[in-house]
Design a protein around this ligand. Sequence first.
Ligand code: PHE
Length: 338
Amino acid sequence: MVEEIIKKAENFFEEGKKEIENITDEELLEKWRIKFLGRKSFLNQLCTDIPNLSKEEKIICGSKFNELKKNLIKLYEDHKNKVRKREIKYNLTFPGRRFFTGNLHPITKVIDEIVDIFHRLGFGVAEGPEIETDFYNFTALNTPEEHPARDIWDTFYIDKKNNILLRTHTSPVQVRIMEKYLPPLRIIAPGKCFRRDSFDSSHSPMFHQIEGLMVDKNIKFTHLKGILTYFIYEFFKKEVKLIFSPSYFPFTEPSAELSISCVICSGKGCSTCGNTGFLEILGCGIVHPNVFKNVGYESSEFTGFAFGMGVERLAMLKYGIDDIRHFFYNDIRFLNQF
Ligand code: PHE
């Protein structure tokens, strides 16, 4: 009698061992568990015969059943791990991983936008080095060594003995381009500039400018006004008043500053415009004959205009940003908004 029961139990174990091998998903594995380890399993049914056995037979049978049960549990646990791993590898219906895409920095975006507007006006893009020589940054721009205007652009010297410095404006690109090409010229030059300014809400020792230069026969101040007026309307896409007021730059004559009615308060007066209703956004003028002389242009034949604007300033006005430092802190909560 006891041999018969044990034989049946062993057959049942062999059956379970065989069936589990072909199981590849968790649903079928659960069905297997209920059949071979559940309360109503064949093994448990066999247990109901135990009370009819003798004392010795009970011991033999009981320990055999326990052994088989332990082995079935082990089969189940091992197989469960295998199924899980395989499912993670092959289940194509799992949700995908989320990709975090970056976006362009607001300064890059504004530069692209400005370049695009000038592109439509026939301006090409030029670039120059951020590490410049004293000659390109100052001397060729009609600002010789002892010129007091050098003080306004006091800069970081990399090698004072050899006059190597970080450029204080993008104007040296004017010189580099004119040395290389003859008029007619229409270029803009975006890039980084450096000045010995302390880092506060409106100053940064590193910032961006966009230089503009147009040289041809008969270029007049009206061309400059027309081009800049068109640019401002295209950039801000709203009604803004423009004021050109006299100014001074060594490399332009006459020189001017362009102010626009405050885009934050619409000219009513606020903290951004210091209650004046206007904001100064760029410097410009007619290229000084000495600059032409320095690059070998015949100043009786050509005239031109140039301008230089601060990109951070324009970006702050366009997006209502109150502190220039936001552009450089790289706080993802700020950058994500653009
Ligand atoms: N380079 C000048 C500045 O940085 C701006 C400017 C450019 C003025 C071109 C006139 C012409 O302040």
